[in-house]
Design a protein around this ligand. Structure first.
Ligand code: GLN
Length: 550
């Protein structure tokens, strides 16, 4: 087709077999990590659902919504890509069936297909390929790392599978590599590795016309030699192309495992490229994470109060950020999940829930459920000098708490939970300008990377290395009501960060407190193993001081 690969771009496609949850995103990111020292890697995620993006999905359904600098709300795998590859993703790199069909329907109404029957094949597959080739061209990428969502055989992903099959035909096999991530169970009864699910999974992939070049076997341990042989024989790959993907202490170890298994040399050979795996600094921090997970020098416990605590994936980047900070401070950060609606029911007092913890995080969130429980936790942290970090909703609720209990603004609340029967006495958190009358929900929040002006000599200023201007990522519809800022300040709350040239407050702090910081942005979205996000690093440091082990 027109637009096919006429440039230098090579393609690596990662598919998953047998079952979901094997860590395809981490596998793809790890492959990228091995190749990124000299090559420009552009990750692409193909998702089968019909939402345009995950922005309107409940994180319990689909995990964390990752927000990119360009404002795109994308699949949480972009968190892995950015953390492993040290790049900034773009919204267009997350293709969904929602975006594919939207384009087809718009084109159909425009008359682009006049006289033709518009069909899944070739029209949907053509849109998919055009988007992929378009990214390769625009980005001038050396490697497009394409992760196909779901498990091979899922109907909703079949058009992606067909599109990448056609692509191999178009770009030539020397330019495209198929990596299949599969599962090798060790059933408790037989206690040996079993290759049958992999054999059948690869066969299914073959039925769709794809013959993997590399098979990665996720297993609780390294693959036995004879299992590799079996997978090679029945999967139709060379034995050295069967790679172990054992359980590891930390996901950051996976590039090191793949390297040990010879994966980068294999990819170099197959695609005719070269990029030395630069893993020295990386492996040092991996060792620090592993030490923390197995035999830590120090331990701190941080409570996380939220309403999605049923699913840790909802807070994936946040959990990672604490791991990064812990690695740099030589301390294991243990998490205590607190479901804040339980606090409201009174099944536990706040003091009981926080007993023995060294810090508290109230992360981002939406809606009314669990909100009073969060406010109670924040009050306790403020009054008991417990290190506290409030993120987005967590900052807004810290302001509500302060307004109610320190400023004496009884009935202070956020407009987000306003109920026509019970109007809010003091809307200390209100709609951002232009948000109130929006009728559409998708992609309409204040999103993406924005500059923040930091007040000189504040704690935020010191935490960010004496910077007066930082850039962080946002996802919100509400803000601190500018009408209440002076009153809040007069009673001791310090606003130490704001959107330049506006009265939009973005960081608050309490100078007399051991550590009371809250931000309107999501610092967890920019943290990585080599460079932890400053606000998390400082929180863990404060937690260590509280334990007297800093
Ligand atoms: N619900 C709040 C808002 O829309 C906070 C959003 C968040 O925590 N990401 O402003």
């Amino acid at each position: 087709m027109s637009g096919a690969n006429k440039n230098k771009t090579k393609y690596i496609v990662v598919t998953g077999g047998v079952l979901s949850g094997l860590g395809k995103g981490v596998a793809a990111a790890s492959i990228g990590r091995l190749l990124c020292s000299r090559l420009k890697i552009v990750p692409i995620k193909l998702d089968g659902y019909l939402n345009t993006d995950p922005g309107t999905m409940n994180p319990v359904e689909h995990g964390e919504v990752f927000v990119l600098d360009d404002g795109g709300e994308v699949d949480m795998d972009f968190g892995h890509y950015e953390r492993f590859l040290n790049i900034q993703g773009k919204f267009g790199w997350n293709l969904t069936m929602g975006k594919v069909f939207q384009e087809i329907l718009e084109r159909e109404r425009r008359g682009d297909f006049l006289g033709k029957t518009v069909q899944f094949i070739p029209h949907a597959t053509n849109v998919i390929k055009e988007r992929i080739y378009g990214i390769a061209r625009e980005e001038n990428a050396d490697i497009l790392l394409i992760e196909v969502g779901g498990t091979v055989g899922d109907l909703e992903n079949l058009f992606y599978i067909e599109a990448v099959r056609q692509m191999r035909h178009e770009v030539g096999q020397e330019n495209m590599l198929f990596v299949h991530l599969t599962y090798v169970p060790v059933p408790s009864g037989v206690r040996e590795q079993k290759s049958k699910p992999t054999q059948q999974g690869v066969k299914l992939l073959n039925e769709f016309g794809i013959y993997p070049d590399v098979v990665i076997g996720r297993c609780q341990e390294y693959l036995d030699d004879h299992i590799k042989e079996k997978i090679a024989l029945f999967g139709n790959v060379q034995k050295e192309c069967v790679i172990s993907g054992p359980d590891v202490e930390s996901v950051y170890e996976i590039p090191l495992v793949y390297e040990k298994e010879g994966l980068s040399a294999l990819i170099h050979k197959k695609l005719g490229i070269y990029s030395p795996p630069a893993l020295e600094e990386w492996s040092q921090w991996v060792a620090a994470v592993k030490r923390n997970n197995t035999n830590p020098d120090k331990v701190v416990e941080i409570a996380l109060g939220g309403k999605y605590t049923a699913l840790e994936d909802s807070y994936a980047s946040l959990v990672e950020s604490l791991e990064h900070a812990g690695a740099h401070l030589g301390a294991k950060v243990q998490l205590r999940w607190i479901e804040t609606s339980e606090i409201e029911k009174g099944s536990q007092t706040v003091a009981q829930a926080l007993n023995g913890v060294d810090g508290l995080i109230i992360p981002g969130g939406f809606g009314a459920r669990g909100i009073e429980g969060k406010i109670q936790l924040i009050k306790y942290a403020r009054e008991n000098n417990l290190p506290f970090l409030g993120i987005c909703y967590g900052m807004q609720l810290a302001v509500v708490e302060y307004a109610r209990h320190v400023c004496g603004l009884e009935g202070a609340h956020t407009e987000e939970v306003e109920n026509p029967e019970h109007p809010i006495a003091h809307k200390v958190i209100c709609y951002l300008p232009g948000q109130k009358n929006l009728t559409k929900k998708g992609g309409t929040m204040r999103l993406g990377g924005h500059d923040v002006e930091i007040k000189k000599d504040s704690r935020a200023f010191k935490i960010y290395g004496n910077s007066v201007r930082i850039r962080e990522r946002f996802r919100h519809r509400y803000e601190v009501n500018p009408d209440y800022v002076a009153q809040l300040e007069a009673s001791g709350l310090v606003f130490s960060g704001k959107a330049p040239g506006t009265p939009i407050m973005q960081v608050v702090e309490l100078p007399e407190h051991a550590y009371f910081m809250a931000c309107q942005f999501h610092p967890e979205l920019k943290s990585n193993l080599l460079e932890p996000a400053p606000l998390f690093h400082a929180l863990v440091h404060a937690a260590l001081s509280r334990r007297n082990v800093a």
